[in-house]
Each structure stands twice: as C-alpha cells, then as structure tokens.
Design a protein around this ligand. Structure first.
Ligand code: TXA
Ligand code: MG
Length: 308
C-alpha cells in the first residue's frame, strides 16, 4: 500500500493548514484538496493534475450555512438548492466572494461551491478551519478515482510524502461527479449531470433548470474526458454488445443489468480495470435516460469520444 495513504483526519487537516495537498474521499469521487484561500497551494493542485490554470476548481465547505460567508451574493435559486441537497452531490455556481482568490476559480468572478457528504472530509474541513478547493484527484482528462488506491496509482509519484497525504474513506458510494448547476443566470443551467437530475434540481428550486448553452464552462463539458486508454464503444442493447464483441479482439462488455446505482458506482473502477487487463475495446451498454442514467450516459459518451 502507498505510504501516502492514511485514515488520520487530524494529520490530514494539519497538512492542509501547512499548504500541502490531501486527496479526500467524497460521496461522488475522490478530490485533490488544498486550502482554498492559499494561491500557492492552489497552484500545486493545477500542477499536480496537469490541469490548465483557467479551469476552475470546486470549493468544498463543511456546513450548508457557510454559503452565507463564502457566497454572500448567491441567488435565491442557489440558496434553495444548497439548503435542500447539502451535504450532497450538487455544486452550485455563484458569484465569487473576494475572500476567495481568483486562482481557485481559474480567474472567473464566479465559483463552484458544495458541501460533500463524506463524514471524514467534513471533519477535515472543520479541523482545517478553512474551505478546501478540490477537483477530482486524477490527471487532467483521465478517469476520476473512486478509491484511495486509484489516487495513489494516478498521482502517487507526483505527490510529496513530506507534505501531502491521501485520506482513505473507502470506495465512493455514488461513483460519478456532482451535478453542477450554474445559478448565476436565470433560469439556472445544468453544466454537468450527476446523481441529482435537472428535473429534481428544478423541483427543489421551484423553477426551471435549462440545458447548458454558450461556451463550455465546465471541463467535464469538453467532448473527450474521463477517458481510459482502451477504446470505448457504446451500444443500446446487450444483444448488440454480444454481436460486436464476437467480431472484436480483446473485447469486454460492460452492462448495467438494470441497476443504475451499481453501474455508476463501479463505472470508473471498471474503466481502470479494463486498462489494467489490457482490454482493447470496452463495449458499454447505455442505460436508459432516466435518473442516474443521464450522468452515466454523459460520462460514457465522453469516454468514447475521439481523443484530441
Ligand atoms: O463531485 C465532484 O464535483 C468532485 C468532488 C471531488 O467534489 N469534484 C470534481 O471536480 O468533479 P472537477 O474539478 O473534476 O470538476 C469540476 C467542474 C469542472 O468541470 C469545472 O469546469 C466546473 O466544475 N466549475 C468549477 N467552477 C466553475 C465555475 N465558476 N464556473 C463554471 N464551471 C465551474
Ligand atoms: Mg474532474
């Protein structure tokens, strides 16, 4: 096991306070966290991931009421959504408070906020005494990690054992990244599908939530993302998967078996396992476009997109 991996939350909080990086468990995927108020620590997140510096990070808070401090100008829609789902897998885009450095938001005047549901990470943020910025803890464009071991495999050689840690909170129970709702515009827009659907968000806000329009504002909106090394082919039906597999060498089928929660939870681990097993083509059966199915279809489509 990687010497970076620990379950010691106090040590992890001390690392954050000292400007270090800590990979943290959340209910969606693991994040690569640093003090959200420290530009130097934020710069290390970008460097470690190989992420372009104009791609904004999500700032994670410990308590839903903290939205008042870190986004005093948040819209009513943002407040309603946050109050209804936090702690939980939804990120709201709100005007950035001058207390948060521009670097955390890739230079924008808006910021993504969420309260993650994992108790270890909530405790970490409380002990650190400041919000933490955390993108998914993978190299830019690669598959998000859902276990501490995934993080160690991806970033272990880029983290510094003198300052950095990986906090092990077990496998992420949802398995796909948070729903992102841009609440700086009216009506709010869905920037990334997640476990909370656009329809559910609209119901909680009591107003419509539109599809994203305009230039891509979330890196998850790029056509190719979440990509394993193997080729990913998408089919609508298990019969089509079997037919395609019969004529394809080193193929493996990934099927939802009508359990979308399990499909989402295991999705990224399956993409990694396909690479580890040197699978040539992963043939994924698309789930129905309902509930978590929207987020799964989105991630599979990006995993299957031509690589730039
Ligand atoms: O579930 C999650 O959201 C995970 C866990 C760790 O919380 N985090 C995550 O972070 O997926 P990341 O950086 O991989 O994806 C964050 C997305 C990016 O696509 C980014 O462009 C978008 O959020 N984002 C962040 N701030 C934004 C802003 N101010 N405006 C528009 N998009 C923003
Ligand atoms: Mg990511």
């Amino acid at each position: 096991m990687s010497p970076l991996i620990t379950t010691d939350v106090e040590r992890a909080a001390a690392a954050i306070r000292s400007g270090g990086l800590v990979a943290v468990p959340t209910e969606t995927v693991y994040g690569l966290a640093a003090d959200a108020t420290d530009p130097a620590a934020i710069a290390r997140i970008y460097a470690t991931k190989g992420r372009p510096s104009e791609h904004p990070l999500i700032v994670h808070l410990a308590d839903p009421l903290d939205i008042e401090r870190w986004a005093p100008d948040a819209s009513k829609a943002a407040r309603l959504l946050a109050a209804a789902v936090w702690p939980g897998p939804v990120t709201v885009i709100v005007p950035r408070s001058p207390e948060l450095p521009a670097e955390v938001a890739g230079g924008r005047d808006t910021v993504g906020l969420r309260v993650p549901a994992h108790p270890m990470t909530q405790q970490l943020i409380r002990l650190a005494g400041r919000p933490i910025a955390a993108p998914s803890a993978n190299r830019f464009g690669a598959v998000s990690p859902t276990t501490a071991t995934h993080v160690a495999d991806d970033l272990g050689d880029r983290l510094d054992p003198a300052t950095d840690l990986i906090l092990d909170g077990g496998p992420a129970p949802i398995g796909v990244e948070s729903t992102i709702v841009d609440c700086t515009i009216d009506p709010p827009q869905l920037l990334r599908a997640g476990a909370v659907t656009a329809d559910q968000a609209a119901e909680l806000i009591g107003a419509s939530v539109a599809a994203a329009s305009g230039p891509a504002r979330a890196s998850g909106m790029l056509a190719s993302h979440y990509a394993p090394r193997c080729q990913v082919r998408l089919v609508d039906h298990p019969d089509d998967a079997a037919a395609l597999a019969a004529g394809t060498s080193r193929a493996r089928i990934l099927d939802h078996g009508d359990d979308l929660a399990r499909y989402a939870r295991d999705l990224y681990a399956e993409l990694r396992r396909a690479d580890a097993d040197e699978i040539g083509t992963l043939i994924a059966v698309l789930p129905p476009a309902e509930g978590l199915g929207h987020a799964i279809i989105d991630r599979l489509t990006k995993a299957a997109a031509p690589r730039g």
